[in-house]
Design a protein around this ligand. Structure first.
Ligand SMILES: Cc1ncc(COP(=O)(O)O)c(C=O)c1O
Ligand SMILES: Nc1c(O)cccc1C(=O)C[C@H](N)C(=O)O
Length: 415
């Protein structure tokens, strides 16, 4: 039986009755009432109290406290406090996560850390077709003569890549930014460990969308964006995770005073702080942290299993709607059907994905496209509803029926 609007409304009613996520949706700002937002893989929804928190920081903190803010407010503690708040969502202990810098920068820090800890091994294994910044970061390290790169086309190539006893670190995107294919961390981590290498996961497209178990799967290192599903705000700092067994394995590549064992003693020589602290470098972005703190307050109360269940319900619904209403019009599912193999978003393949995405945006459905043919729907599990998915897919169907992508206005669209 094809899914109806009534079915979607019934699923929403079930979801709002679920005790663990009750009321969470109301803690976010609604946005434009005529727009449906499926762009959480690029920027998550805004918690409703962000403006008040920012105002307070500006007035009481910047204007009022000035220098005293560094000592009397929580500005310098936030990399730890925010890390602790999001730790359960990624299956980590509070003390092993810090929020700082960008994902690309953290990727650099952790790759260099792994290389230092694993010397004389100097090979970085990475996916050939990964999010470009991850590849660029590794290329930069290799270009400086600090590592050799070995590319894999998929995890099926891992045994061959690991066979020579020279791999320092295997850097993988947990979820593909186009297809949303999710890798099996529990299966891959032991493979990497047995080969004497460290695992480094980029969780940008899974953290805050699905349940992740860094500790349980014995992942070594991880990074991820704060501004996507974690709702940290535009340009929010990213996170970095270090398994405690590597806490004191090496010096960080970037030694700064915020990562010093005793920052305010102003010692002349560097001494690395404990564990993940050593990945802090300079003064944190206090304004951005204040915005992130609003989402952190919400994450402290979210049960990761409930988050995962809501994500499953929303994305299963979306896939069914796309299959039933849009597949006959030339749109094919690009993401895995099995929930455990899927990350935050659902992607479909369509030859004219970029102009079609632009047409959808113009019709009040904010989605994104990635070359060559991926159209991505990223519904945030804490705010999206099944009814919104119904409306979005109905609009997509209409646009496909009238071949809206052919409109010259959309032909130049690239994302
Ligand atoms: C998988 C992945 N890693 C890294 C990034 C880049 O993160 P940042 O801009 O924080 O360096 C993105 C997207 O922007 C991404 O999708
Ligand atoms: N981080 C972004 C940005 O600063 C501008 C535009 C888009 C983004 C994104 O997040 C892209 C995203 N990582 C992707 O999966 O394509």
């Amino acid at each position: 039986m094809p899914l109806t609007l009534a079915d979607c409304l019934a699923r929403d009613a079930d979801a709002s009755a679920s005790a663990s996520l009750q009321g969470v949706r109301d803690r976010f700002a609604g946005g434009d009432p005529d727009t449906l937002y499926f762009d959480a893989n690029s920027i998550g929804p805004m918690p409703a109290d962000v403006p008040a928190r920012m105002q307070d920081l500006l007035q009481a903190g910047w204007a009022g406290a000035r220098r005293r803010g560094w000592n009397t407010l929580d500005w310098l503690e936030q990399p730890r406090t925010l890390g602790a708040a999001i730790a359960p969502v990624i299956g980590a202990r509070a003390e092993d996560v810090r929020v700082a810098d960008s994902t690309s920068i953290n990727q650099y820090k952790l790759l260099r850390y792994a290389l230092a800890a694993q010397a004389p091994r100097r090979v970085i294994v990475l996916q050939r077709d990964v999010f470009p910044s991850n590849r660029y970061v590794a290329e930069g390290i290799a270009h400086a003569g600090l590592a050799d790169l070995r590319f894999i086309d998929g995890v099926q190539d891992l045994p061959r890549a690991l066979a020579h006893g020279d791999v320092a670190v295997v850097a993988l995107s947990h979820v593909d930014y186009r297809s949303s294919e999710r890798l099996d961390m529990a299966a891959i981590n032991p493979q990497v460990r047995v080969a004497g290498a460290l695992s480094l996961w980029d969780l940008s497209h899974s953290a805050g969308a699905v349940a992740i178990d860094l500790r349980g799967t014995e992942a070594d290192l991880a990074v991820g964006c704060g501004y996507k599903y974690l709702c940290g705000g535009p340009g929010a700092p990213a996170f970095v995770y270090l398994h405690p067994r590597h806490a004191d394995a090496a010096w960080p590549a970037m030694c700064g005073w915020m990562g010093h064992a005793s920052t305010f003693d102003f010692e002349p020589d560097y001494r690395p702080g404990r564990g993940a602290d050593r990945f802090l470098v300079g003064t944190p972005p206090v304004l951005a942290q204040a915005a992130f703190a609003a989402a952190a307050a919400i994450w402290r109360e979210v049960d990761p299993r409930a988050l995962d269940a809501r994500h499953r319900s929303l994305t299963d619904t979306l896939i069914q709607l796309l299959d039933e209403q849009c597949e006959p019009l030339g749109v094919q599912l690009a993401s895995p059907r099995q929930h455990e193999r899927r990350g935050g978003h659902v992607a479909v393949r369509f030859e004219h994905a970029a102009p079609l995405a632009q047409a959808l945006v113009d019709h009040g459905v904010v989605v994104s496209a990635r070359k060559p043919d991926a159209l991505r729907f990223a519904a945030h599990p804490l705010t999206a509803t099944h009814e919104q998915l119904w409306t979005a897919v109905a609009r997509l169907r209409e646009l496909l029926q009238r071949q809206a992508w052919r409109d010259p206005r959309y032909q130049q669209a690239s994302v």
